[in-house]
Design a protein around this ligand. Structure first.
Ligand SMILES: Cc1ncc(COP(=O)(O)O)c(C=O)c1O
Length: 436
């Protein structure tokens, strides 16, 4: 659409002239990194900002602009950029040896913290990322059940090689996935029952993240729990992002206990890690003291810096009480955004739950991926650019992740930037959505 393209072009021109140093840095990075990039989600047009420093909930870019950071490292940055408790835990770990090829007290403490926190995790194993955690969980389900099919959901993201943005992805690991629609209780039940005794597991994000931060409804998730049990398949909750919701993740909030749970992002205090855990019965297969155990390898599984940072983060900062308070505070912010959108009668909605938010161009909450209109998708680059130009860093697809160091000033500043966006572009938004 002509008017939308013009508005995006205008915002990009202002962005280019405000960020000459980031533009040059991006250009020169193209020599050794394809497109100057090593993590596709961090690319956006015309070029991404190069960040040089972070403090609390703020980031500074190469051209000297300061941003309130709602990208929040796609939810891993829960603790912000400079938490003293985490920094001193990492320094202490570094002082006692960088890479120690033996078990340490850190992974034992972190394992206890996580197992006592998440109802579905009796025992746990660490790895290096959320992607890895999901590969381990899927593989575990295959071996436990002796079956090879999986049900996953359209719009789901379980890692760079386990994603289903618009159906299957050519980069995906060659596992046998059958896709169903998220929050479609009857349709998904039929898919699961049809797979029947060939089904190893259903893997689900309790909030569909990259697909639009769409909360799974209780009926849908309870059906998954019930029907997987009936057909003898495992239920895998990918709580890589959602473990931050409340004191015990969404499984704690909903009272649904999966056989396997995957974790990552914030559980290492912002450092590299991932984990998969589940019932003692399933996890016993990884017990190296037992005959015929499964060998779970990984050089950096228990790397001391991540384990030490995770211990400090989960025991001293993100205690269950702090997590409950953070959820309430974040949810109040999300609701306040929706009140503002409603008061301005603009078709925008802050989807999600607690500190996991996505701005959609729609009057109503988005409950299914199919509800996301082409108009909504095409307006995202404009929202992204305008917020950046106003000092509010959000994900290019419209996600906002809140972090613990955010102050009321940060939150009200972001709300104000959104209000300005609405005041400037409401007629265009209405026109684009009306065009379909
Ligand atoms: C729900 C979910 N699962 C898995 C992953 C993969 O985690 P990682 O990027 O650490 O491999 C992500 C990453 O965004 C995620 O959001």
């Amino acid at each position: 659409m002509e008017s939308l393209n013009r508005a995006i072009e205008d915002a990009r021109m202002r962005y280019v002239s405000a960020n000459p140093l980031s533009m040059t840095a991006d250009k020169s990075a193209e020599r050794y990194l394809p497109g100057g990039n090593t993590r596709t989600v961090l690319h956006y047009s015309p070029f991404p900002l190069t960040m040089v420093a972070g403090e609390g909930a703020e980031l500074v870019d190469l051209d000297g602009h300061c941003y309130v950071d709602f990208v929040g490292e796609y939810s891993a940055g829960l603790f912000g950029h400079s938490d003293e408790i985490i920094k001193s835990a990492v320094h202490k770990a570094l002082d006692t040896g960088i890479a120690i090829g033996g078990p340490t007290a850190y992974e034992r403490e972190l394992a206890e913290l996580l197992c006592t926190r998440f109802p579905g995790i009796d025992q746990i194993r660490f790895c290096n990322s959320g992607t890895e955690a999901n590969i381990w969980a899927l593989t575990t389900a295959r071996l436990v059940t002796g079956r090879s099919k999986f049900v996953a959901f359209r719009g789901a993201y379980h890692g760079g090689i386990i994603k289903f943005p618009d159906g299957p992805c050519s980069l995906n690991i060659p596992f046998d996935f059958i896709l169903a629609d998220y929050n479609d209780t009857e349709g998904a039940e039929e898919v699961i029952r049809n797979a029947g005794d060939e089904l190893a597991a259903v893997i689900v994000e309790p909030i569909l993240g990259a697909g639009g931060n769409i909360p799974g409804n209780r009926k849908f998730l309870e059906m998954l729990r019930q029907v997987t049990r009936e057909v003898g398949a495992l239920l895998i909750f990918d709580e890589v992002k959602t473990a931050r919701i409340g004191p015990a993740g969404t499984q704690g909030m909903l009272g649904i206990k999966p056989e396997l749970t995957t974790l990552g992002k914030f559980i290492g205090g912002g450092l590299t890690t991932g984990a998969f855990g589940g019932s003692a019965e399933v996890m016993a297969h990884f017990n190296p003291k037992l005959e015929g155990n499964w060998n779970h390898a990984g050089t950096f599984n228990n790397n001391t810096c991540s384990m030490a940072a995770g211990c400090a983060a989960m025991s001293k900062i993100y205690t269950p009480q702090r997590a409950a308070e953070f959820f309430e505070r974040s949810e109040a912010f999300r609701i306040s955004l929706n009140e503002m959108f409603a008061a301005k009668a603009v078709p925008m909605y802050a989807n999600g739950m607690g500190s996991i938010i996505a701005i959609h161009f729609s009057r109503k909450p988005t409950k299914r991926t199919a509800d996301i209109s082409a108009g909504c998708r095409s307006l995202r680059p404009l929202l992204h650019m305008e917020l950046l130009l106003d000092g509010v860093l959000v994900c290019s697809r419209g996600d906002l992740f809140l972090s613990l160091p955010m102050t009321e000033k940060h939150l009200s500043g972001a709300k104000h930037a959104l209000e300005k966006f609405v005041d400037r572009h409401k007629p265009l938004i209405t026109e684009v959505l009306a065009a379909g």
